[in-house]
Design a binder for this molecule. Structure first.
Ligand SMILES: [Zn+2]
Ligand SMILES: [Zn+2]
Length: 262
């Protein structure tokens, strides 16, 4: 056996995710009798369902439906759901998704998103799904759009569970302005940075102009990896509002926690 074969941690992630292996989080063996990259114990510990704001998915107390920020200034999104908080161990998994072999992480992440989606929407899951697009320059540099990888994996989860197949439209929106990296900006600057960042894509035929399948859509589901301030998703939803008379919702893998969330 060659040295490389003796060291699974050096295998390409795409191969590692297909093989029985240790849990990515706690290192216990094996992680994958049930199609995840982490073990059941870690998922129960780190992906607990908690009460969240219906509009922005931030943590709230159990007797509220919407957070104070969304009551004061309702977002352009009709609602948002998340699988987990953007914290240990999921933050590093989000980074893996954006990495060279990131596509392989989409499926295990989508399993958690699909569970959150079903809890959030019940049987009323929006039928038209679109990823938040990357600017073409960033897409060339990264090689894949992590939001599109999650969208496709999530649709596979839907079909595998017997739900109707959603309509996937990868070019519903285009990112036409690159702006500065959002993580480098303060809260207020992020909203300004997203101004004029999106345009309707060729896939946005919409109920006003559009294809029969889009006319029949019950809602749009925008899919992304992380919700931080909501600036990106709300700017995207605002543009979609120009073409669709139906609600625009969002589903993300992880939601950043506000300091007061504790
Ligand atoms: Zn584990
Ligand atoms: Zn909220």
């Amino acid at each position: 056996m060659s040295d490389a074969l003796r060291q699974p941690e050096k295998w390409p992630p795409k191969l590692r995710l297909k093989m029985p292996s240790r849990c990515y989080v706690c290192g216990m063996w094996p992680a994958r009798p049930w199609g995840r990259s982490w073990c059941a114990t870690c998922e129960i510990q780190w992906a607990k369902a908690v009460p969240r704001c219906h509009r922005c998915a931030t943590r709230i107390s159990a007797h509220d439906a919407v957070c104070g920020a969304c009551l004061t200034k309702p977002p352009t999104l009709a609602s948002c759901c998340t699988a987990v908080d953007y914290s240990y161990p999921w933050a590093s998994i989000v980074l893996q998704l954006k990495g060279e072999f990131g596509m392989a992480w989409a499926q295990p992440m989508a399993h958690l998103m699909w569970a959150a989606l079903q809890t959030h929407f019940g049987t009323q899951i929006p039928t038209l799904w679109a990823p938040v697009p990357l600017h073409p320059r960033k897409l060339r540099a990264r090689g894949h759009n992590q939001a599109w990888a999650l969208t496709q994996a999530l649709a596979q989860c839907a079909v595998a569970s017997g739900a109707s197949a959603p309509q996937l439209v990868p070019d519903l929106l285009l990112r036409v302005r690159e702006g500065l990296p959002q993580h480098a900006l303060h809260h207020a600057e992020r909203w300004a940075n997203m101004r004029n960042s999106f345009a309707l894509g060729p896939g946005a035929t919409g109920p006003k102009a559009g294809a029969p399948a889009q006319r029949a859509a019950t809602g749009v589901l925008l899919i992304d990896d992380v919700f931080t301030t909501g600036a990106t998703l709300c700017a995207a939803a605002q543009h979609l509002g120009q073409a669709f008379d139906i609600p625009v919702h969002a589903a993300v893998f992880a939601r950043t926690r506000r300091p007061k969330d504790g």
